[in-house]
Design a protein around this ligand. Structure first.
Ligand SMILES: CC(C)(COP(=O)(O)OP(=O)(O)OC[C@H]1O[C@@H](n2cnc3c(N)ncnc32)[C@H](O)[C@@H]1OP(=O)(O)O)[C@@H](O)C(=O)NCCC(=O)NCCS
Length: 159
């Protein structure tokens, strides 16, 4: 674990928090997959009720973030990212587990997500108890035109 690691949760479109998330976004997502969001996309979802953004930081340095949107008693993990320099030290898992704690506090009963089948994040989701739901062949198209399967996962938080 990283000394001084702290998490802050934002339930509204906070300009500084979104700027921190965008710093991580630009560094974290490989452009070949075209998975990174733009600031207007992030701001748009932050305007929707039921969305929360968790920023992991050490002092003023953002290391990673998680973005979750809830509707009634279900939620979806929209994005999870850790800056490359800070990977492999538990930041992603800390963000995900904290998002689950926040979801439970909001009386949410399940978290869903969709991920590229070749993404290492699949290991993290399985480790934290998510169950495979189904595969959509060729669902994502990379910027190079290559198609990638999508896997969807669900965590039933009542268990
Ligand atoms: C996925 C991501 C968030 C993981 O962040 P991280 O801080 O490096 O992850 P952690 O150190 O918390 O790892 C927790 C677990 O995830 C799994 N994991 C993480 N990175 C992995 C990798 N490169 N290969 C295999 N397993 C990996 C492991 O099970 C690990 O547990 P372990 O160390 O006990 O084996 C990070 O790699 C990332 O930002 N990727 C790019 C953005 C992305 O694709 N996000 C997911 C879709 S939105």
């Amino acid at each position: 674990m990283i000394p001084g690691l702290a998490l802050d949760i934002y339930e509204e479109a906070d300009r500084n928090a979104m700027s921190d998330a965008m710093d991580v976004m630009v560094a974290a997502f490989d452009p070949i997959y075209g998975e990174a969001w733009t600031l207007p996309q992030l701001a748009g979802v932050m305007m929707m009720p039921g969305t929360w953004l968790t920023i992991a930081h050490v002092d003023a340095t953002p290391l990673g973030f998680a973005l979750v949107r809830s509707v009634l008693d279900e939620c979806e993990l929209l994005l999870l990212a850790v800056a490359p320099l800070w990977r492999g030290r538990g930041v992603g898992e800390t963000l995900l587990r904290d998002s689950l704690v926040t979801a439970r506090r909001k009386s949410i009963i399940s978290m869903n997500l969709e991920v590229r089948a070749t993404n290492n994040a699949v290991r993290l989701y399985e480790k934290t108890g998510f169950e495979y739901v189904h595969r959509r062949p060729g669902y994502y198209r990379g910027n190079d035109g290559q198609l990638y399967d999508a896997l969807s996962f669900r965590l039933d938080m009542r268990m």
